[in-house]
Design a protein around this ligand. Sequence first.
Ligand code: BT5
Length: 275
Amino acid sequence: MPGTRFTDIRRFGSVDSTNRYLLDEARSGAPEGVVAVAGYQTAGRGRLGRRWEAPPGSNLLVSVLLRPSLAPGQRHLATGAVALAAGDAAEHLSGAGLALKWPNDLIGPDGQKVAGILAEGDVRGPGAGPTELAPAVVVGIGINVNWPAGDTDLPPELVGRACSLRQLAGHPLDLAELLDAFLVALEPRVDGLGSLRGRAELAESLRSRCATIGAAVRVEGADEIFDGRAIDLTADGHLVVEADGRRRTVQAGDVIHLRPGAPDGRAQEGESEPL
Ligand code: BT5
């Protein structure tokens, strides 16, 4: 995109995973700003070994290579930058209202997942590429643009849990236009990662769009599961949850929004598994 750092856009009809591709490029010393976009992924990645589903040619499947000056504990802000840029671009083109679900989703008005983000990297150590370059973070996003067109398109496990911009807008959207709008919106967000003030503004934007804040949640971390109420995001984009009378900061994990007012904090039907 002219006027942005995203001038080197690598387009694939089909690739295993745009994140995998850019991580390999990062190890070979590719600079910040390289973009990989695919019509189809044969092994699209979600977090924790999960899969990302999208039929050929329907959705936006894109990864960006960033080399931000962030401390390891601040890396979540790179996910946040992509979430905000994608949310702004998608809202602009579809007219749909989208919110962020911590840590990595964009959701529609009824809570269905419209997009998922996967940040991987901090490529260091032997074979990590030229040491004069800042460590890489590859941030990939899959946005359901034209698929699904209806619930009958979806595999059973995603029915009621996934939806597309096409469904929300009531008409198909142009993938190329959305990619351009996303990269234009991402440029200032990535600039913001490089300064204290920029990061503070980013955290504030994340707070104002985060549907998780105020929700009763179940947090599923690597070591434990607990219920509480999400009350804030930290300056580094981590989730603050009040549970058992104390505040806990969650840096990673799955978060389930629980049904408001449900007895015993039961998970909302259809949301009982992490998306
Ligand atoms: C994510 O993981 O949401 C991250 C998805 C990142 C995908 C992009 S596409 C471009 C780039 N290249 C890659 O290889 N990946 C990135 P997670 O939070 O773990 O959610 C995964 C779960 O979401 C799956 O287990 C399904 O339950 C669900 N899911 C899969 N495909 C979906 C879809 N199209 N829409 C909504 N939910 C989906």
